[in-house]
Design a binder for this molecule. Structure first.
Ligand code: GAR
Length: 205
C-alpha cells in the first residue's frame, strides 16, 4: 500500500474545516494523514479538537514577529514532522513570499467564494450586496497572489431572497466541509501518481 501523504493543516480559529479533513480521513482509506496542526494563535479553538483527535500540534503567536521570521519557524516545524503538503483551513494570515516559494504547488486553501470572484474577506456580505444569484466556496492552490492560483474544486449555492451573510456563511461552510477533504485526497493521490492531475502538471512537485 502506498504511503500516505503527510499533511500539515494551518488554522487560526474555529477549525471546522480541519475537523472535516480529519473526520473524513478516519472514515475510509485516504491518501493523506494529518501529521501536524499548526496555528499562529495558541488560543485557536480548533487546537482543542486537534488535541482530542490526538494529533500533533504546534502553536505560537505571530504577534511582535516579522512575517518571514514567523514563517521560518513554522516551516522548520513542518519539516521536522516530514510534512509534504499544506492545507490552509481558516489560516487568516498572509504567508510570506519566501514561505510560499518554498512550498510552491503544495499548499491548498479553502476560500468562501466562487473564485476568482470575491477574493479577500467578508465574501458573503459582498456577494449579497452585489445582487449575485450564486455564492459558494473554492479549493485552490496557493500562489503568491492572494486567493489566486488554480482552482481544484468548487461548490455553488443559489443565494436565497433576503438571505443574511450569516445564514449564507453557514450553508456555504457545509459545502466547504464536503469538498475540501475530497479535493485534498485527490490532490494527494495525484502526487502519489494514482489520480489524473486536474491541475497543471507543474504543481506535481
Ligand atoms: C472558512 O469559511 C474558510 O473558508 C474561511 O474562513 C473560515 C474558517 O472556518 N477562510 C478564508 O476566508 C480564507 N481566506 P473554520 O476555522 O471553521 O474552518
Amino acid at each position: 500500500m502506498a504511503e500516505k501523504v503527510r499533511v500539515g493543516v494551518l488554522i487560526s480559529g474555529r477549525g471546522s474545516n480541519f475537523v472535516a479533513l480529519e473526520e473524513w480521513n478516519r472514515r475510509g482509506d485516504r491518501a493523506y494523514e494529518i501529521a501536524l496542526v499548526a496555528s499562529n494563535d495558541p488560543d485557536a479553538r480548533g487546537l482543542m479538537a486537534a488535541k482530542i483527535f490526538g494529533l500533533r500540534i504546534w502553536a505560537k503567536s505571530h504577534k511582535g514577529m516579522e512575517r518571514a521570521a514567523f514563517d521560518m519557524l513554522m516551516d522548520a516545524e513542518l519539516r521536522r514532522h516530514n510534512v509534504q503538503v499544506l492545507a490552509l483551513a481558516g489560516y487568516m494570515r498572509l504567508l510570506s513570499p519566501e514561505f510560499i516559494r518554498a512550498w510552491e504547488g503544495r499548499i491548498l486553501n479553502i476560500h468562501p467564494s466562487l473564485l476568482p470572484a470575491y477574493k479577500g474577506l467578508d465574501t458573503h456580505r459582498r456577494a449579497i450586496e452585489a445582487g449575485e444569484s450564486f455564492a459558494g466556496c473554492s479549493v485552490h492552490v496557493v500562489t503568491e497572489e492572494l486567493d489566486d492560483g488554480p482552482v481544484l474544486a468548487q461548490a455553488k449555492l443559489r443565494i436565497r431572497p433576503n438571505e443574511t451573510p450569516e445564514i449564507l456563511a453557514q450553508r456555504v461552510l457545509k459545502e466547504e466541509h464536503r469538498i475540501y477533504p475530497e479535493a485534498l485526497d485527490t490532490f494527494c493521490r495525484t502526487l502519489r501518481g494514482e489520480a489524473q492531475p486536474t491541475i497543471s502538471s507543474d504543481l506535481k512537485k
